[in-house]
Design a protein around this ligand. Sequence first.
Ligand code: FES
Length: 342
Amino acid sequence: MSKISATITAPENRQAPPAPVLRDALELVVSAVVPRTKNIVSVHFRAAGQQDLPGFVPGSNLAVECSGTGGRTKTNAYSLTGSGTFPEEYTISVLRQDDGAGGSRHIHGLRPGDRVRAARPRSAFAPVTTARRHLLIAAGIGVTPILSHARSAAEWGREAVVISVHRDGVGPHSAELRKIAATNPSISFLECDNRTDFSQRLTRILRQQPLGTHLYVCGPEQFMDDVLAKARTAGWPGERLHSEAFGQAELDPGDPFAVTLASTGEWIAVPSGRTLLEALEAAGKNIPNLCRQGVCGECRLGVQAGRPLHRDSYLSDEERAEAASIMCCVSRSIDPEMELEL
Ligand code: FES
């Protein structure tokens, strides 16, 4: 998958409680490992016991407990590639990142019969089922949630145009997408192996879509920014544009600030280089979180006073302007002090 950039690690010098998303964990067993390209594998999981696997919304991710660098346990979220309807198994596809924190190496090391713990699937990239048509655009390993959307669209007879941009010969799920398009008249599939060609075709395709089409894009940040900018230029309103980020850029350490908790009056300092989430955890607060990169929406907190410095990819422009919420895993405060609804 597109790793949704999720890494949950224990702050230093503190016995971390179990990650909240894993409190109600699913016990899974690896049923198959299928190489896709030289550095991408698909891993299939079944329930370890007799229970049915929970269904999920297309575009959902599965947060899998992994051992990372230094033997620390963490949770990485990966897009599920299935449609989510009565799943008999969960499948993720993972790009191996040798310079990463170890999560992808852990997934690549799994073998049939291995057991893993995972959170129930979550979605922050669901299709709008009332859309007239779906324009699904992926680059590289970003194809994984797009494949999930395409499968669901095919199952339910929704119209979809799927575009996958990848280097020549290495489209990780192109074979499945070709098959879906060949057997479902409501789906069309287009592959591009160079950006210039893609850009020209996208301009044309954006102009051809009927009113009521929704666009979904997943891929590297710059790719998504370019696609969304092009769509806006072509007159697409923001509410019809949806994106899922992965591999966010490293954020700067930011200025120090402090928060007061409205319920107790407690005052907590957030030094430069430490996130608000880490500061709250260090103070013993148990804040739900999943991606820790401003993507999933799990760590949202209410703001009673002060101006958030939004650095997430989750809140809408309207929500940012309202300044009533903050994604505490990445965002900070413009003011030296902020009051939280906590
Ligand atoms: S933990 Fe995902 S947005 Fe903060």
